[in-house]
Write a protein that binds this ligand. Structure first.
Ligand code: SF4
Length: 150
């Protein structure tokens, strides 16, 4: 049995900044597997941010929302709480929403709110990787090099 932490929005929980429901079919499909248990978590909500909320992006080592408010502290707090849950449940990997300033892995928005991407991780994905938790984006599910999620 594998326990995997997952971005709650990928399962259709309305925790996105816009409160839009956007379940990912590939992630939902994993619910059918008897050998996988998923723990849904939203680091931004765990960090105390409201829903809906202003979109935010990483820039200059911090996180800023579209109104120019510094929300770094909330993002860091949420990341630490998500890590706590991953450890409580013994998750060695996490399926996290791509491109998010919290959950994104490998590529995130560049902080200009213009849709441009840069290399980098969201705050939670970065913390997870530092603690040896493998981070998988939803588009990687089923990829050959990610056997645990096939
Ligand atoms: S913080 Fe992560 S789980 Fe929460 S809405 Fe954003 S991408 Fe989804």
């Amino acid at each position: 049995m594998e326990t995997i932490l997952v971005s709650a929005c990928l399962l259709g929980i309305g925790c996105r900044y816009s409160r839009e429901i956007k379940a990912d079919e590939r992630v939902c499909k994993l619910l059918e597997r008897k050998d996988v248990v998923m723990i849904p978590v939203c680091p931004e909500q765990l960090g105390g941010l409201p829903t809906p909320r202003e979109p935010a992006e990483r820039k200059d080592g911090g996180v800023w929302n579209k109104n120019g408010e510094n929300v770094t502290e909330q993002f860091l707090y949420g990341a630490r709480e998500a890590l706590k849950l991953a450890k409580l449940y013994g998750c060695s990997q996490a399926i996290l929403k791509e491109r998010s300033p919290s959950c994104g892995s490998g590529k995130i928005y560049d902080g200009s709110f213009s849709g441009k991407m840069v290399d980098g991780d969201g705050v939670t994905a970065e913390l997870f990787k530092k603690h040896g938790i493998r981070v998988i984006g939803e588009s990687q599910i089923g990829a050959e090099d990610k056997p645990a999620c096939q």
